[in-house]
Design a protein around this ligand. Sequence first.
Ligand code: ZN
Length: 311
Amino acid sequence: MYILGYDVGGTKISAVVGDENGHILKKITMRTMKEYGKIGVTDQLISMGEELLKKAGIKEISKIGIIFAGPVDSEKGIIISSPNIIGLKNYNITKRLENHFNVKVYLQNDASASTIAEKLFGSARDFSNFVYITLSTGIGGGIFINNKLYRGRHGMAGELGHMVILPNGPICGCGRRGCLEAIASGRGIERRVLENISAVKNSTIFSDMNPSDIDAKKIFAAKKSGDMFAQLIVEETIYYLAVGIVNIINILDPEAIIIGGGISQEGEDLFRPLKMAVREEMKSMKRPVKILKALKNGADLGCIAITQYSE
Ligand SMILES: [Zn+2]
């Protein structure tokens, strides 16, 4: 049986159709029509779904999974708050889709969905206890304990990005100072570059670059090409990430840490030094913990995975 999945983000929406083993057959992506509010976004989901199924030549689906960039009540199918799309707060996004397609609709936040995808289809298949971390514009994650996603009292567990790494450090979106997200996320890296760029004269690449063109990807590329300034920023980022990861390891003693998100695409340029830094930072608490790269299409598989996962 086929499953229809949606990844609803503030800038774009993807729709995928796949089977229960995690094989994606087709995918389409569109800009989020957020100017039309909740009804507009729901209409968009319905029309994208119809179009996708037609393109894939699929007449029947068994389930629908929606992943959303923000906190949700997955039991009730309600979006709790919507930081990127105005008007979706407290909205039941599943009901109209359920009526239209006549199948059960599952809702989950994006980080939890990616964590479930790792357990069902990724490198966490053989682990009962692991932590998933997404490194992208922000930092989020999910925690599996004894083969179950740990949700916490309000479904808000796994906010790994808001662990303080540097007291009195830069202010974070959450209001605290020195959170891992404020320092080592894509946005945090960009901010550290901009703050330090005027102090250094030896970055051949960044001294003349338009500040709005600077991003984490370019920093990693510049480090590779030998830019000393970029090397410093990357090394600092890896150190802060290692501090955060060792905090997690010391609290939860997981079998593995699985890292996804845009920055994980740097591959061995990130993973090799990060593994060394983590080992170093464990000090006298050293023990084997695997640090692994997440699925490349974790979000696509997340929409499918949440319909297959039960507690
Ligand atoms: Zn924070």
